[in-house]
Ligand binder design. Structure first.
Ligand code: ZN
Length: 417
């Protein structure tokens, strides 16, 4: 995946809008033919937000007083605050402290900084480069950029299954020149989407590649009715290429089908994993599980964003990720999906308890001692259409074979479907 997917598009200048993101989507479409690239016009209102103008950047650098480039956007697009406005001026470094970003704790790293919604400009450099600055001299700061009306692009595909119920699989395409916290998610999701589309599935799958935050908000806003009607949970993919173990950000109440699936499947396959609370959220699960949406999905990662020191710096590069981890993340994703596909959700056709006596399922004499075996009623109570067999086993504490035999009996009696 590193050579076929991540390397070729690593250096594209991605942002929440613009050519780098569009080129990334076009590249994904080449690998996953079902993808449709969609667009939303700048200025469009999406819930409480507005699609911003498109950021175009042509060149950016810092010159010393001999005319030598000491920082060059063409060497790394992380050198510029993403969405920087234009500047063309001589300054002493001490006079523009607020426009210069470096990390003392990681002296060789260029930090990744953005300012999408408030016009600003700035340069990001390694502390090692910063230390070389001669503070008695002026430097020339040039950013050749502009903002214009255009579109926010995102990619979407619907893989239609037997059921209209959809599993939402989402990732983001807005970070420039970083590997784990950017291209690992799209790489794994693209491979997963191709695998999913190889045969007819039980569920339908909605695959989306969006700029983080504004993209997922736009997507939810444009598709709200369908999402609320058909979405049965799903996964957001982030940071799935590093050497750490698999981890999840659970949904807000940690009580959804997907919350159950994540833990059940990893435990069953003896794959080490870690859960993070929704209070530690940071990627698009923020939108998918937000108030008024509550899709109950999980974010799947290896090491959580922000928990590795290379996070949002130039050190999150091709050496930070590895093929084995990417393939393992893909394998785990397939295990999760296969489990979802094979889940069966019995649903009662009757509201309240059915009249068991007429079906010979319950003693007609209501005497304390004789009402011991209500297992079939326990099982039926959990046949809400949202719980699969393993969840019913968990809730009722009845062993799986017994639950299955109750379910079969209830099916024969036409009480559940
Ligand atoms: Zn990030």
């Amino acid at each position: 995946m590193i050579n076929s997917f991540i390397k070729p598009i690593f250096k594209l200048n991605r942002s929440i809008t613009g050519q780098g993101t569009l080129d990334t989507l076009k590249f994904i479409k080449k690998q996953f033919k079902l993808l449709n690239i969609k667009k939303i016009k700048s200025g469009t209102k999406v819930f409480d937000w507005k699609i911003p103008k498109v950021w175009k950047i042509f060149d950016a650098y810092i010159l010393d007083d001999q005319g030598k480039k000491i920082i060059d956007f063409k060497i790394s697009n992380l050198h510029i605050i993403n969405y920087s406005k234009k500047i063309s001026k001589w300054f002493y470094f001490k006079d523009i402290k607020k426009n210069i970003y470096f990390l003392k704790r990681l002296p060789s790293a260029i930090p990744y900084v953005t300012s999408y919604y408030k016009r600003n400009w700035g340069f990001c450099l390694s502390y090692n480069d910063y230390k070389k600055i001669d503070h008695s001299k002026k430097y020339f700061f040039k950013i050749d950029s502009k903002f214009e009306d255009g579109y926010l692009n995102y990619g979407e595909a619907l893989i239609k299954g037997k059921s209209k119920k959809e599993i939402l699989l989402s990732t983001y395409v807005c970070h420039p020149s970083m590997a784990n916290d950017e291209l690992s998610g799209p790489a794994v999701l693209t491979y997963l989407a191709n695998w999913l589309s190889k045969k007819k599935r039980n569920f339908s799958y909605r695959i989306i590649f969006v700029p983080e935050t504004i993209g997922s908000i736009s997507y939810i806003s444009k598709n709200y009715t369908n999402i609320m009607k058909n979405c049965f949970g799903g996964y957001n993919f982030s940071c799935v290429g590093d050497r750490g173990n698999i981890s999840f950000i659970k949904s807000k109440y940690n009580n959804t089908f997907i919350d159950f699936v994540s833990e059940y499947v990893l435990k069953k396959n003896k794959i080490p994993f870690k859960n993070h609370s929704y209070m530690d959220r940071g990627s698009d699960e923020r939108q998918y599980c937000s108030q008024g949406v509550n899709l109950g999905l999980n974010t799947i990662m290896r090491t959580k964003f922000n928990d590795f020191k290379e996070y949002h710096t130039s050190l999150d590069d091709l050496n930070f990720i590895n093929e084995k981890s990417l393939k393992h993340s893909l394998k785990v994703s397939k295990l999760l999906i296969s489990y979802i596909e094979n889940s069966y959700f019995p649903m009662s056709k009757i509201i309240c308890e059915p009249f068991m006596t007429k079906r010979n399922l319950y003693t007609s004499i209501n005497f304390i001692k004789e009402n011991k075996d209500r297992g079939i009623l326990d099982v039926l109570n959990y046949c809400d259409g949202n719980n699969n067999i393993d969840q019913i086993v968990n809730y009722t504490n009845i062993n799986k074979n017994k639950v299955l035999s109750h379910v079969n009996r209830l099916k024969k009696l036409k009480i559940i479907k």
